[in-house]
Design a protein around this ligand. Structure first.
Ligand code: ASP
Length: 309
């Protein structure tokens, strides 16, 4: 019987200590804690890693503090386009959706793509048709409206710019969300969900729904969920790169994760971080930004909920 472990993130970025009110910090930490325990409860009851990561990400998607599900950022057309992916490290099955609107929990739709569609990746109208075929409820745009996110968008809407919702030095909301877990059978999984980048246009898709870039899981190596400027994470094939370093260079989980975030992705000016777990329940959570919302429950039962370095 394997030791269970889980880690989650709520995005990486310019999270400078002192920028956030103590009350806000408490809010973030308790949201992270509750998502962590949603996932952990499943693992504790001998549930699977794939169920645990889906549950943890759903909890974060339902919280407007994070840039996923309910708290998704605004696109250039003042709408929300969400991306998500999930992967099972035991079977190497995977599911992903991108450019979807009105779905409360994109991660569950990604899971259904994996379990029920016979495909791996569905996008836009097709993904929405698939959701309708499974009787998903479609939520009105008001459900996803958030004043702070809207103000972030108003500030740059007349420019060609698009930005990570956490790239500005101010007290704002951050974060794509993700989870990685190791269950009692030694199976590992990863899940990632995001609203993408504020003011994104032309059907822009980031790394989060791309298997190998923002999300990857393989029992032989590791399960990884990324956050940061997606363009760089796609070019760096970051999540798979961590796995490849373990497989081909025989690095430990932590060595591989640190190498990718502090060396390889930094070389191409990529900013962000990742969370990773292996089948022994080791956890690594490196980032090259000022902070990353993150939490972990380790194999010895100890728990951490952190924001800054
Ligand atoms: N990686 C996400 C994207 O580029 C953004 C983020 O992590 O906040 O869509």
């Amino acid at each position: 019987m394997s030791k269970i472990a889980i880690a989650i993130h709520g995005g990486a970025g310019t999270l400078v200590k002192g920028m956030m009110t103590p009350e806000k910090e408490v809010e973030y930490k308790s949201a992270l804690e509750s998502a962590l325990s949603d996932g952990y409860e499943i693992l504790k009851n001998d549930g699977s890693a794939i169920d645990a990561v889906e549950a943890a990400v759903k909890s974060l998607e339902n919280c407007n503090l994070f840039n996923a599900g309910k708290g998704s950022v605004f696109t250039a057309t003042e709408s929300h386009e969400m991306d998500a992916s999930i992967m099972d490290g035991n079977s190497l099955d995977a599911g992903a959706v991108s450019l979807i609107t009105g779905i409360k929990n994109p991660i569950s739709l990604a899971r259904d793509v994996m379990d029920k569609s016979g495909h791996v990746f569905l996008a836009g109208d097709g993904a929405m048709q698939f959701a309708r075929s499974l009787n998903y409820e479609e939520f009105p745009s008001e459900y996803f409206y958030d004043e702070l996110r809207h103000n972030q968008w108003l500030e740059i809407k007349d420019s060609d710019g698009f930005q990570l919702d956490h790239s500005k030095t101010k007290d704002s909301k951050f974060g794509t969300v993700g989870a990685v877990a190791c269950d009692s059978n030694g199976n590992i999984s990863a899940a990632t969900s995001t609203g993408g980048m504020t003011n994104k246009k032309f059907g822009r898709v980031g790394d989060s729904p791309m298997i190998g870039a923002g999300n990857y899981a393989n029992n032989e190596t590791c399960a990884v969920s990324c956050t940061g400027s997606g363009e760089y994470f796609i070019r760096g094939v970051v999540a798979y790169d961590v796995s490849a370093l373990i497989e081909h260079k025989e690095m430990t989980l932590d060595e591989a994760a640190q190498e990718v975030i502090h060396n390889r992705i930094t070389k191409i000016n990529g900013d962000g971080g990742l969370i990773a777990v292996d089948k022994d329940g080791n956890i690594s959570m490196p980032f090259n930004t000022e902070g990353m919302y993150r939490a972990a429950r380790y194999t010895d039962g100890s728990q951490e909920v952190l924001i800054y370095k």
